[in-house]
Design a protein around this ligand. Sequence first.
Ligand SMILES: Cc1cc2nc3c(=O)[nH]c(=O)nc-3n(C[C@H](O)[C@H](O)[C@H](O)COP(=O)(O)OP(=O)(O)OC[C@H]3O[C@@H](n4cnc5c(N)ncnc54)[C@H](O)[C@@H]3O)c2cc1C
Length: 392
Amino acid sequence: MSSTFVESEERIELRKQVFKLASKYGQEYFLKKARAGEKTDELWLELGKSGYLGVNLPEEYGGGGGGLGDVAAVLEEVGAAGCPLLLMVVSPAICGTVINKYGTPAQKERWLPGIADGTETMAFAITEPDAGTNSHNIVTTARRDGDEWVLNGKKVFISGLDESKNVLVVARAEAVDDEGQKTGKLKPCLFVVPTDAPGFEFTPIPMEFISPETQFQVFIDDVRLPADALIGDEDGGLVQLFAGLNPERIMAASFATGIARFALSKATAYAKERTVFQGPIGAHQAIAHPLAKAHIEVELARLMTQKAAALVDEGKDFEAGEAANMAKYAAAEASCSAVDASVHTFGGNGLTQEYGMGALVAASRVMRIAPVSKEMILNFVSMHSLGLPKSY
Ligand SMILES: Cc1cc2nc3c(=O)[nH]c(=O)nc-3n(C[C@H](O)[C@H](O)[C@H](O)COP(=O)(O)OP(=O)(O)OC[C@H]3O[C@@H](n4cnc5c(N)ncnc54)[C@H](O)[C@@H]3O)c2cc1C
């Protein structure tokens, strides 16, 4: 049996190149933009132009012909360089994957090139105020009216609508039986909605999360869409939605490990220099051990993330579900520990704007909550991996 736990030379080279590109910008640029309420368009578009944003999408639609493992590596590296780009989770990984898998050739032609080069970023909207974690309870509805669809509902915490031309909205359409009669049941469907469509309104949610990406509350009031706004089969339901969820978790894991690596590299550099008694503070185990422990946890999380991405890329979506959830859980926990230990290493400087460490606290914490909370992953693992009774 031959097996190897190292990534391919191409993947390692991709990581190097992306890290180099993002390091030209770095955390100073990223935080300056975020604090000024501006976007990191220069970095986003340079990544797009260089082929990194859409590295997972097919070449015929402007992508790089790679897999999810590649785009996850890109996200991890930009984060490790101090620029964690939240919209990479959404635009190329969720929307790109779903459209590539279930879109018609015309839909792929229409949406994928702009997602790949970054000129037509696509947001993703599933979360609703009254459903929250329980996405089976979403009530945004899609009704047919002649050749058109009419959407109504509410969404919350939707990232990046102000910098996206379109958003992939999860809504529920009325199911019909074999005779074409309405069954009264509602099934989830995916629609591409232009963010400037009449009736689609969004307002920013003030967050304590220092990021160029803004979260929005959304009101969808009789938004009319052409028939081809529907991605995939109207009856495809959950399967089509799930196609985007493993990538979402794997990307969230990479977002988290990128931040963790950035924090640990800053903290270890500081711990080697800063001296207050005899020798640098990094010589004290009280400082060194939490950093070492976090480093181990981050490496373990990266390994599980790579495994999950490899399973997706092999088309083993079912097996990937468990690995993607575990990777996301492990990465979020590792990231929170790494950031906590790093902030502590800096003492008072850990909370100054100059050192940028405090900004990582909320960023790492977000990954415990979104896109799926730590508790829901534990519920999933209890039930699916351990066979315990369903608890929710
Ligand atoms: C920065 C940020 C960006 C986001 N971007 C997007 C986006 O672009 N698109 C999008 O659709 N959504 C987005 N979200 C939403 C995110 O996916 C949700 O916040 C997340 O799914 C949790 O839902 P909720 O906030 O409603 O929490 P709730 O569902 O209200 O849960 C609150 C707490 O209760 C716990 N809980 C609930 N039920 C159970 C149970 N059965 N067992 C144990 N614990 C339970 C949860 O784990 C959580 O800790 C974003 C959120 C944030 C913070």
